[in-house]
Design a protein around this ligand. Structure first.
Ligand code: THU
Length: 161
């Protein structure tokens, strides 16, 4: 028997002002686009903005439904848009932010399990990591070099070989 350990490094910033300009702009855009979410059931509005390798940026917001499980998270809305509009173009970075029920948020959002699985698949498809910027409307910001780090020992196509 062997004990195994897995850990990863990420960057933690006290405030958005510490980010380099391109990252700051993406997170600012994610903060703003969160306002456009369709989230009448949870009132938790999430925005995701991604930078593509072709210079385009694309955004997504969570889209809820009266039949709750039908709703889709902001991250997967944005990923589907990127893959549909610009197939084969790599996603370099995705910034995610949110407003909570009080209309604010002061700690970094963390993608849900389904989004982590989806992000991991997109990284595999494009054979390139997707940087992930996680923030709120204020406060700390985390930057991960690869979104798939959030899902260690994940299930993937390799497990089906
Ligand atoms: N949600 C997202 O859009 N992204 C996340 O990373 C976490 C959760 C959405 C799903 C649902 O519409 C609402 O937030 C509350 O869970």
């Amino acid at each position: 028997m062997k004990k195994q350990q897995q850990s990863f490094e990420y960057l933690s910033y006290d405030d958005i002002s510490e980010l380099e300009e391109s990252d700051r702009l993406l997170l600012q855009a994610a903060r703003k686009v969160a306002e456009q979410a369709y989230a009448p059931y949870s009132n938790f509005r999430v925005g995701a903005v991604m930078q593509l390798a072709n210079g385009q940026t694309l955004s997504g917001t969570n889209q809820e439904n009266a039949s709750f499980p039908v709703g889709i998270c902001a991250e997967r809305t944005a990923l589907s848009a990127a893959s549909s509009l610009y197939p084969g173009v790599a996603i370099q970075t995705i910034a995610v932010s949110y407003h909570n029920m009080e209309g604010s948020s002061s700690h970094p959002i963390s993608p849900c399990g389904i989004c982590r699985q989806t992000l991991a698949e997109y990284e595999q498809r494009q054979q390139q990591p997707i940087r992930l910027i996680m923030g709120g409307q204020s406060g700390k910001v985390y930057i991960l070099p690869a979104a798939s780090l959030l899902l260690p020992l994940s299930f993937s196509a390799k497990d089906m070989d």
